[in-house]
Ligand binder design. Structure first.
Ligand code: MF3
Ligand code: CO
Length: 255
């Protein structure tokens, strides 16, 4: 078991992949309107990715049938796009996408509001996003993988929500999923030591109620066991000796 250290050349390709993914998610987010089907969301996303000469990495990944994971309300992740799944005013929707640029991957997710959503939904989206930033305070050389999850869990819990424990973040590079696993909670052993040049996807999945989840019979869609809301926030990041670089959220693309 070993975690790869990326070369400057590999990092440059991952920067390009990350930038294109960031733009894709931003454009996709802008296109979200009540009345759209999740299949339409997938089509728009795939078109954007291919327009930048990238490959949508999720398509056919272990049999996943689409380019974007579109998960509504109590769907945690891996919602399969479907022409019958319609976004309605008041829903929250998680958009998760992956791109490959010249053999290198980037993976990121955002949860967005469809029209006007409840106060709780707004808070859940914000806490999920902010828990990522709490976690990556420890994403630098010298800390361990487990320090990230511990900080995420602490922040989520203090805000009255729960982190999903059955799914985790992951290393990423020439493959979508590489070592190490990046859990969103504290673990008995704190995991591998972080070193400059490691690239990982940190992705808190946060539930309004219980942390328990179920898989639907489609073998993909993960839903909350209690039917309450769930949100997701993910970026591909580069570990350095200082602050991590958010490869899928470059500084010049932030508001
Ligand atoms: N972002 C998810 C992950 O990191 C999505 C991949 S599942 C796929 O695991 F099958 F859709 F690719
Ligand atoms: Co991921």
């Amino acid at each position: 078991m070993s975690v790869s250290i990326k070369s400057p050349k590999e990092i440059e390709l991952m920067r390009k992949a990350g930038r294109i993914l960031c733009i894709t998610l931003q454009e996709l987010e802008k296109s979200i309107k009540p009345g759209m089907s999740t299949l339409q969301v997938d089509k728009i996303g795939e078109e954007i990715i291919r327009s930048y000469d990238c490959i949508p990495s999720f398509k056919n990944y272990e049999g996943y049938p689409a380019s974007i994971c579109v998960s509504i309300n109590d769907e945690v992740v891996h919602g399969i796009p479907n022409s019958k799944h319609i976004l309605r005013d008041g829903d929250i929707v998680s958009l998760d996408a992956g791109v490959i640029y010249k053999g290198y991957h980037s993976d990121a997710a955002r949860t967005v509001a469809v029209g006007e959503v409840s106060e709780t939904a707004r808070k859940l989206i914000a806490v999920t996003r902010d828990s990522f930033y709490e976690g990556i305070k420890y994403a630098k050389e010298g800390y361990r993988i487990g320090d990230i999850g511990k900080a995420i869990q602490k922040y989520v819990k203090s805000n009255g929500f729960s982190v999903v424990r059955d799914l985790a973040g992951h290393g990423i590079g020439s493959h979508l999923h590489e070592e190490p696993e990046v859990p969103n909670f504290s673990t008995f052993r704190r995991g591998v030591k972080l070193k400059a040049g490691m690239t990982i996807a940190v992705e808190p999945m946060v539930n309004e109620g219980t942390s328990d989840v179920w898989w639907l019979d489609d073998d993909w869609t993960v839903v909350t066991a209690d039917g309450l809301l769930s949100a997701h926030y993910e970026n591909t990041i580069l570990i350095t000796e200082e602050e991590p670089e958010l490869l899928s959220y470059p500084e010049d693309l932030r508001p």
